[in-house]
Design a protein around this ligand. Sequence first.
Ligand SMILES: C[S@@+](CC[C@H](N)C(=O)[O-])C[C@H]1O[C@@H](n2cnc3c(N)ncnc32)[C@H](O)[C@@H]1O
Length: 389
Amino acid sequence: MDTPAWSTAELTERLLAEMAQFIGPLPSAFDRAVRAVPRHLFLPAVIWLRDGNGGHRPCDRGATPDEWLNAAYSDAPLVTQFTDGLPTSSASMPSMVLRMLALADLDLDPDLEPAGRRVLELGAGTGFNAALLCHLCGDEAVTTVELDPTLAAEAERNLKAVGHTPEVVRGDAGAGRPAGAPYERIIATFSVDRIPSAWLEQTEPGGRVVTPWNSAWCGGYGTLVLTTAPDGGGEGRFHDFASFMPMRESAPSAADVPTEDGATPERRASSALSPWSVAGGDLNAEFHVGLAVPGACCVWDTSGEHAPARLDVADDSGPSWATVDYDGHHADRFTVTQAGPRRLWDEITAAYAHWESLGRPSVDSYGLTVTAAGEQAVWVEGPAGRQPA
Ligand SMILES: C[S@@+](CC[C@H](N)C(=O)[O-])C[C@H]1O[C@@H](n2cnc3c(N)ncnc32)[C@H](O)[C@@H]1O
């Protein structure tokens, strides 16, 4: 590598300033942790940067060392692994990592030694967050789990190289890590749409589970902070940020494979609901639809092949689908075709109407309750109290 144009100390100062602009002044313990954990030591020689067109381009430390190092100390997520053309691991955006650590409420005292909390991180990636946790809580307090064995080995190597030796476990984080339970904090760095029961079982009463959320409709959006109850259940609220890749499955489940349903006829109708209302970038509306219409996903077709603009809707685990066409002239009515056992557009229309009737709540009005029996229910809180989302 050629001599870089900046020292890592200068770049760390810049990163700290960039993060503080975004999330406000950092607690001194976080400031010290970021200074103590050089992010570039947790990155592979090739990372992928956003290309400005919705995709990624590789950035090779050997070929463009300044760009690589500059990226390492930018407040941005950096993709560190692609599988079958899709990003499957990244070094998370540093300010996002710190916001999640703040939500975990590690009870840090800036004048004390590491807090000594038992913390389970899920999704080690290349190990940066685990290193911060080691710095904050002490190595013995930290366990991190990674599904991908190559990444787990990389995380372990990177952590060792900066002097940290937490327990790095290769395995499916859906099962948590029973051997080290109970934990005071569980922090996932991938998104889920349900809390695996193991996470609650392995968190001590009054402990916290912090996890990014996702839905088929909305993708990764929102972070849940759940406090566990003595009876084994828990309750918590969503916060309005975080965009994390979804939890990977060890193997595809039968439910992931759509089945054919040629018997259900198509139905055409007109709809007054604009597809842009539910898939045009209003994250609060999209978050609600994602919670209320599980499994529904969508993609825009602007090729003009079928209509000037079409929203293609599908059930991610079944044969139902819908299309919503804009004719290029009328913004108050759209042609809808639906097929399959679920009338997806009808479900979405009802969900959107409910969201409007609730006063268009934002993500932080929502919460999740898990009962002792493991039932999970998302609710939304408004002037009239709580109701199902
Ligand atoms: C955003 S990356 C991790 C970022 C990392 N914690 C950091 O500090 O930069 C998410 C990681 O979760 C891992 N992951 C996804 N599903 C998993 C699962 N079921 N079990 C364990 N790890 C999983 C991915 O392989 C990926 O490395």
